[in-house]
Design a protein. Structure first.
Length: 384
């Protein structure tokens, strides 16, 4: 069993990121072989996958297997900055470029020079920043905010997203030319439920890791507990698995972990649907018991009929009307939660906030502030 983790996993304790990866499942071994093939090059890499699957660890593995391994690895979460700050964070700024810029500051591209820059949640980049990022990739130079001088850079870019960039391109929220620049090599990291061969080794890794921290002998798992762990769908992926094992070590006794010691998230109640939206669906059915969930074909047919009705009525600005209705309906279904709305629409949170603000559903000042669910998943920026 080979486990790949952060250089100092304990320094990343408060994070939604997966902190360990293993490649024991046959599907994971295929991915590992692909990583070994592309890592030595300088090709731009796009890592896709659900939250908590280990996308940053894949980026670090690519870096460690490349000729840039002795250079810096810089990780930046694009969703952690406001639109007004993202450009200065990425490209740097000059003194006096904006209020609070009391000194010149290099951006993350310069910090990663001769190394690898990892941009997580790249789908959250606003369009203005996308334009500048495209130019950086084309020209291999940055222009700090407030400056007219260019700074040459030598950086390999690895990006990651858990949203469908192709859909974002079709919706006009992500530049098509930038998408092709980023998608030179795509590494798709499957959710944990689709690579069950990795579950056992990860369980053992976290058992030993947390036992060392707690200074105890790793307890044994009963057959029932092990069966329950393998049967779980893991909507939170590796991060959820780590939490379950950590909790079990804290509450177990007698040198064994049994089923009663396993605490699973309520998200597991809806393993194959956006779990965070289960309360909204339940509430909708409770409010209207006669309304039953339809299959996709039936619902799509009803949608076609509604569109035909709108066409026959001569609805002005038809597409705008449909798009507005989709945003309003999804936001209402999600109990006014921006994060759930973005998950259901498969769009970045920044895009959803901006659109809801345009519709007057959110105040402009609220559109740039994460709601409580957003805040719980907002990543931090780190430089390694």
């Amino acid at each position: 069993m080979a486990v790949f983790s952060f250089p100092d996993p304990t320094s990343h304790a408060i994070t939604i990121r997966a902190k360990a990866l293993t490649f024991d499942d046959p599907k994971s071994l295929v991915l590992l072989e692909r990583i070994h093939l592309v890592a030595p090059s300088d090709a731009t890499v796009l890592v896709t996958g659900e939250s908590g699957t280990g996308k940053e660890l894949i980026a670090r593995l690519v870096h460690s297997l490349s000729e840039r391994r002795d250079g810096p690895f810089v990780a930046v979460n694009c969703g952690a900055f406001s639109e007004t700050l993202i450009e200065s964070e990425l490209f740097g700024h000059e003194r006096g470029a904006f209020t609070g810029a009391i000194s010149s500051q290099p951006g993350w591209f310069e910090s990663a020079n001769r190394g690898t820059l990892f941009l997580d949640e790249v789908g959250d980049l606003p369009l203005a920043a996308q334009v500048k990022l495209l130019r950086v990739l084309q020209e291999r130079e940055v222009v700090p905010v407030g400056s007219r001088k260019t700074v040459k850079i030598d950086v390999r870019l690895v990006t990651a997203t858990n949203v469908n960039l192709e859909a974002a391109v079709r919706a006009g929220h992500f530049r098509e030319d930038l998408y092709y620049r980023l998608n030179v090599v795509k590494l798709n990291l499957l959710p944990l439920r689709e690579r069950p061969g990795d579950i056992g080794p990860l369980i053992q890794h976290f058992l030993e890791s947390y036992a060392r921290r707690l200074r105890i002998t790793p307890p044994a798992l009963t057959d029932a507990a092990l069966e329950r762990l393998h049967a779980h769908s893991w909507p939170g992926n590796i991060r959820e698995l780590e939490n379950v094992i950590h909790h079990a070590l804290l509450v177990s006794s007698g040198g064994f972990i049994d089923v009663a010691d396993l605490q699973f998230s309520a998200l597991s109640l809806a393993p194959h649907t956006p779990a965070a939206d289960a309360p909204a669906a339940t509430a909708a059915l409770a409010a209207n018991p006669a309304r039953r969930p339809r299959d996709i074909a039936e619902a799509t047919g009803a949608l076609r009929e509604a569109i035909v009705d709108l066409l026959e009525l001569g609805t002005p600005r038809l597409w705008q009307h449909i798009e507005d209705t989709v945003y309003r309906s999804t936001f209402e279904f999600s109990e006014n939660n921006q994060l759930r709305t973005s998950r259901l629409l498969d769009l970045s949170r920044n895009i959803v906030r901006a659109r809801l603000a345009q519709l007057g559903i959110l105040k402009l000042r609220d559109a740039g502030e994460p709601d409580s669910a957003d805040a719980s998943e907002a990543g931090d920026r780190r430089q390694a």
